[in-house]
Design a protein around this ligand. Structure first.
Ligand code: ATP
Ligand code: MG
Ligand code: MG
Length: 539
C-alpha cells in the first residue's frame, strides 16, 4: 500500500485509500445481525469510520441480513448500541433486505443474459465438481428452463427447494472462487426478521455485497484479505450487471491468541451456558472486554496502531491490555483490599484511638476527589507481608507511617497468626524496605464516616480455550478450558461502597479492578480484575 499525506500522526496510521477524493468517499460497515460485535468487527468498523471521517465522506452501516436462519432483531439492536458505544456514528443505516426486490430483478437479468443458471446438483457433489473443475449437468439448460426453475425456487415449492442459482463464471478457473459460485438459495422454512415470509429465496453474500455496494454508491469497500480470491468474482458481478465500480481495499484479519472470533462459535458457548451471555467478561465481544475494564479509547488506539497491516495478526492479549493500563492508571481512584484467607491481625502500641483522615483518592490526580481513611490500634495486613518481617524491623504502613514489628505469634502450621507493633509514625519512610497495605479494624460507627470493612469478591478469568492458535481443522469444542472463573474473597476499605457499577479502580499493590456488580453473590460487591498486560497466562 502506498503511503500518502493526510495521515493521522497520533495514531501512527498513514495509509490512504486509492483514488479517494475529499468529500466523495463512501464506506460501509456490513455486520450480519447474527451475534454481538467482537474485536474483529471493531477493527472493520473503526477503519471504515476512520476513512469516512478522514476524507470528509460518509459511513453507511448496512445490516447484511441475507440468511434469516441466523439473524435476529436482538442482535441488530445490540450492534447499533455497541457502535454508539464505540463512538461510531453512521451517516445512514440500511439493510441488504431493503434491496431484495432490486437484487432479485438483477438475478433474473443475469439468467436472461445467459450469465446464471439453476442447479439441483446435490451439495456434496457440487463441492466435488467445483474442486475438480467439472461442469454441472445443468450448466447449459435453456434460459426459459432456468427462469422456470428460479420461479419454483421463489415460490418455495417442494421442487424449488432442491435448487439454487449459480453465476456462470467458469468451470475450471485456477481461482476456485470463480467456479460458478452460488448466488441465490432457497430458504422457505424460516421467517426473516424484517421481511417475514415474503421471500423464499435469498441472495448469497457473494452476490448481494457487490450489488448493494454499487447501488448505495460505496466508493471503497473495505474487507478482510481472506476474501481476496473473491475480488475478481465481485468485479464480475458489477461488470455483468453494468453497475458502477467499487474500489476494494483489503486489510488483515485480527485474531487473538487463545480466542475465538466467530459469532457462530461464540454462540456455541452461550448456548451451553459455559459463559453467562454475550457480555461475559471472558468473551472478546465489545461488551465482554468493556466489562473487563477495557476503555473505548484503548480499542481505537489499538486498532489504528495495528490497522493497515496486511498480515493476519494473531495478537497477544498483553499488548492490548498494556495500552489500556497506561490510559487508566492516572485516572482511576485507589483503594485498599486484602485477601480474607490471608489476614493477619496486628495491634499497634502507641495508637490510642480510632481516627480518620480525608486523603486524595489518587496522590497524583487531585481531580479524582477524596476518600476517608480510618486509622486505629487494631489492623489487618496480609500473610505474605507479615511472614516477611524480621524481628524489630521498621516497616511502613502506606499512607500512615512507620511501625516496628515487635513480636510475631506463629500458628501451628508456621504461618503468622498475629503481630504486635509499635508506632513510630514519624519514622523516615524512605529508609524502610517494606511498604505494606493494611486496613484498620474499626468498630462500626467508630468515626463519623467509617462503616465496617466491606467484604468484596474479586473475580479473575482464564482463556476459554486451551490452545494458543486453533487451526482450520481443529474442532474448537475439544479445547475448552474446564475452569475459567476464579473467585477471591477480600475485605476492602469502606470507601468502595460509594462506587458505581462500571467504575474502574486500583487496589493498591494488587492491580486494577472494575466494579461489575454492586449487589453480587451474597450481596457482596463484585470486582473483576482488569488485566494490565503483565501477566503471562491470564488474559
Ligand atoms: P463472524 O465469523 O464473527 O460472524 P463475519 O465476518 O462473518 O465474522 P460479519 O458480521 O459478516 O461477520 O462481519 C462484519 C465485518 O467485520 C466484515 O467486514 C468482516 O470482514 C469484518 N470482520 C469480521 N471478523 C473480523 C476480524 N477478525 N478481523 C477483522 N475484521 C473482521
Ligand atoms: Mg459475514
Ligand atoms: Mg466469519
Amino acid at each position: 500500500k502506498a503511503k500518502g499525506p493526510g495521515a493521522a500522526k497520533s495514531s501512527g496510521f498513514d495509509v490512504f485509500l486509492p483514488g479517494a477524493k475529499k468529500g466523495q468517499v463512501v464506506t460501509r460497515f456490513p455486520p450480519e445481525p447474527s451475534g454481538y460485535l467482537h474485536l474483529g468487527h471493531t477493527k472493520a468498523a473503526i477503519l471504515n469510520s476512520y476513512f469516512a471521517k478522514e476524507y470528509e465522506g460518509r459511513l453507511i452501516v448496512r445490516f447484511d441480513d441475507t440468511n434469516p436462519s441466523k439473524e435476529k432483531t436482538e442482535f441488530q439492536d445490540a450492534i447499533i448500541e455497541d457502535l454508539a458505544l464505540l463512538g461510531i456514528k453512521p451517516d445512514s443505516t440500511s439493510h441488504t433486505s431493503d434491496y431484495f426486490d432490486h437484487i432479485y430483478k438483477l438475478a433474473i437479468q443475469l439468467i436472461k443474459q445467459g450469465d446464471a443458471y439453476a442447479d439441483d446438483t446435490l451439495q456434496e457433489e457440487m463441492r466435488a465438481q467445483r474442486m475438480d473443475g467439472i461442469a454441472s449437468a445443468r450448466r447449459n439448460e435453456s434460459i426459459e428452463d432456468n427462469l422456470a426453475r428460479f420461479a419454483d425456487m421463489s415460490a418455495g415449492s417442494e421442487e424449488g427447494r432442491k435448487w439454487c442459482l449459480r453465476a456462470k463464471m467458469s468451470v475450471d478457473d485456477p481461482n476456485k472462487a470463480l467456479r460458478d459460485p452460488v448466488i441465490y438459495r432457497c430458504n422457505a422454512e424460516v421467517s426473516h426478521h424484517r421481511t417475514g415470509t415474503t421471500w423464499k429465496v435469498y441472495p448469497t453474500y457473494d452476490f448481494a455485497c457487490p450489488v448493494v455496494d454499487a447501488l448505495e454508491g460505496i466508493t471503497h469497500a473495505l474487507r478482510t484479505n481472506e476474501y481476496r480470491d473473491r475480488n475478481p468474482q465481485y468485479a464480475w458481478m458489477l461488470e455483468k450487471l453494468k453497475l458502477r465500480n467499487v474500489e476494494i481495499w483489503d486489510f488483515g484479519r485480527l485474531n487473538f491468541v487463545y480466542t475465538l472470533l466467530s459469532k457462530r462459535k461464540l454462540q456455541w458457548f452461550v448456548d451451553r451456558g459455559i459463559v453467562t451471555g454475550w457480555d461475559d467478561p471472558r468473551f472478546p465481544t465489545v461488551r465482554g472486554v468493556r466489562r473487563r475494564g477495557m476503555t473505548i479509547e484503548n480499542m481505537h488506539n489499538f486498532i489504528l496502531a495495528t490497522g493497515p497491516s496486511q498480515n493476519v495478526i494473531n495478537m497477544e492479549w498483553d499488548s492490548i491490555w498494556a495500552g489500556n493500563k497506561r490510559i487508566i492508571d492516572p485516572i482511576v481512584p485507589r483503594f485498599t483490599a486484602l485477601e480474607t484467607k490471608d489476614l493477619v491481625k496486628c495491634t499497634i502500641s502507641g495508637i490510642s484511638e480510632v481516627s480518620e483522615k480525608v486523603l486524595p483518592r489518587h496522590k497524583k490526580n487531585a481531580e479524582l476527589g477524596t476518600k476517608t481513611t480510618v486509622f486505629g490500634p487494631n489492623c489487618f495486613i496480609e500473610q505474605v507481608d507479615a511472614a516477611s518481617f524480621k524481628d524489630n524491623e521498621e516497616i511502613t504502613l502506606m499512607d500512615w507511617g512507620n511501625v516496628y514489628v515487635r513480636s510475631k505469634k506463629l500458628a501451628e502450621d508456621g504461618s503468622v497468626a498475629s503481630l504486635e507493633m509499635e508506632a513510630h509514625l514519624d519514622g523516615d519512610f524512605k529508609k524502610t524496605e517494606k511498604k505494606v497495605t493494611w486496613l484498620a479494624d474499626a468498630p462500626v460507627g467508630a468515626t463519623p464516616r467509617s462503616g465496617r470493612l466491606t467484604e468484596v469478591l474479586l473475580l479473575d478469568y482464564d482463556y476459554l480455550i486451551t490452545k494458543k492458535k486453533l487451526e482450520e481443522d481443529d474442532e474448537f469444542e475439544k479445547f475448552v478450558t474446564p475452569v475459567t472463573q476464579f473467585e477471591t474473597l477480600a475485605i476492602a476499605d469502606s470507601n468502595v461502597s460509594e462506587l458505581a457499577e462500571g467504575q474502574s479502580i486500583q487496589f493498591e499493590r494488587k492491580g486494577y479492578f472494575i466494579l461489575d456488580k454492586a449487589q453480587g453473590k451474597d450481596g457482596k460487591r463484585e470486582f473483576i480484575r482488569i488485566p494490565d498486560g503483565r501477566e503471562a497466562t491470564a488474559q
